[in-house]
Design a protein. Sequence first.
Length: 157
Amino acid sequence: MQQALEKLIKQADNSPFYQLLDIKIEEVRRNYARLSIKIDERHIQLLNTVHGGVIASLADSAAAWAIYGANDLEGTPVTVEMKINFLRPVKSGRLVAEARICSKGSRIFVSDVEVKNSEGNLIAKSLVTYYLLKMGDEAKRAEIQLEDGNPTPNFFP
């Protein structure tokens, strides 16, 4: 599994979104992941602080990687719900998100994420729920109909 995980990490490192935000995957292991961003002018919003969407994206990504480490790459985690509390503003330095799986089912995972600044101060706390999309789910989804008889919306990749 480690070789497949390393390949997936390399693909993520080269993805346009991770490159846009400069997200770095530092560590992924069972039920845990640590990602970081070095803050630059791309991350700053009108109030001269890091945009909350950057922090939320880092937290969401860290949570997903903790799940990749927890499920032996048996599926793709997709976000179902995310709650984030922004606790203090950040203007410069580095952000580090540490995600830990706090609940693991066969399909539903919940991850607790702490985002800290360069000094180690907690700047955001997030709870993220994921559904684990497994091979064959697309075919199953295509068979499911809504109560009104229409097919479900195509929200899975």
